[in-house]
Design a binder for this molecule. Structure first.
Ligand code: DON
Length: 306
């Protein structure tokens, strides 16, 4: 069997298992603009570390990247220095991604960089490092996705701005503890806009290769160290799907990062980047069909990290 046939067979088998579940779950209407997306969409794309793409379903429709961006702001920050780990821990929170209570007990140091307060700290650091957090992120994602025109969807960004009081609360609380260094409104503006970057499922699979290749860019140059890649993927596995991280490790066994736009990025280190998109979410904010597709993938291929 050729590599092409092998991958097509995997995709067919995954799609067959997922099809009855497409459309299940609820779109993220706490950000009104995301509430307008058709929950019956579904896409699955697999990118090999050599850059070959295999895909099925709605893989060319742009969707909101949301929390998946948290991986790449972190990658940008750690590619400069490890100092960020003084400002954010790396433990699973066991709480929803926008929970406030733990942050006060733990004196403004977020549990990990993949929940909202942790990502706000990382964006604050990226803003200090570069002067333009969202611009730097957009440049990176454009280069790695193969689409030089990736953009912030300004309508979604505005929708986040209008409904972002919980993120404001997190950011001001951390600022009170001295863990936000730029003006809070500026950090929030970059954070809202970073979440509203849109990509297609195929573009996301290409972007994920940065991790699957342990920090090596599409052009072959190294962006961050192998050790940093290993650490980012460890945090993905333990914290990337919030209070469902244990469930994801149990069912899928791959580093995964979800976003409330319905995307999930998963990595088989040194082999594949997997991107799935299904806008219907479970109560913890993870794509229902996306999680099922990844579970089908590891069941069929036995390619989990365990
Ligand atoms: O800040 C928020 O709440 C959203 N812009 C992002 C949350 C998110 O994607 C969490 N993911 N599952």
């Amino acid at each position: 069997m050729s590599q092409e046939e092998y991958h097509e067979n995997i995709l067919d088998a995954v799609m067959e298992r997922v099809r009855p579940h497409i459309g299940k779950g609820h779109v993220a209407d706490y950000i009104p603009e995301l509430g307008k997306v058709d929950p019956h969409r579904f896409g699955f794309a697999l990118a090999t570390v050599d850059g070959d793409i295999h895909s099925a379903g709605d893989v060319d429709i742009p969707f909101s990247l949301q929390s998946i961006t948290k991986l790449f702001t972190l990658a940008l920050v750690v590619s400069g220095s490890d100092d960020i780990w003084q400002r954010v821990h790396r433990e699973p929170s066991g709480s929803p991604f926008n929970s406030l209570y733990q942050l006060e007990f733990e004196r403004g140091i977020p549990r990990n960089p993949l929940i909202n307060p942790g990502a706000l700290v990382v964006t604050d650091q990226l803003l200090s490092d570069t002067g333009d957090a969202v611009g730097t992120l957009c440049d990176l994602l454009s280069r790695e996705s193969g689409n030089p025109h990736l953009q912030v969807d300004e309508v979604t960004a505005h929708s986040e701005y209008l409904t972002g009081d919980r993120n404001r609360s997190l950011a001001y609380l951390m600022s009170d503890f001295g863990n936000i260094r730029n003006p809070v409104s500026e950090v929030l503006d970059h954070y809202f806009r970073q979440c509203a970057i849109t990509v297609t499922t195929v573009e996301l699979a290409r972007i994920g290769l940065l991790l699957a290749r342990h920090g090596v860019r599409a052009d072959g140059s190294r962006m961050f160290s192998r050790e940093a890649a290993r650490r980012i993927m460890a945090v993905m596995l333990t914290c990337g799907t919030y209070d469902a991280a244990g469930e994801f490790a149990f069912r899928i066994g791959l580093p995964c990062k979800s976003g409330v736009g319905g995307g999930i990025l998963a990595v088989v280190p040194a082999r594949y980047s997997l991107a799935v998109w299904g806008p219907g979410l479970d109560p913890r904010g993870n794509s229902v069909a996306g999680a099922l597709a990844l579970e089908a993938f590891t069941d069929i291929t036995h390619l989990s990290v365990f």
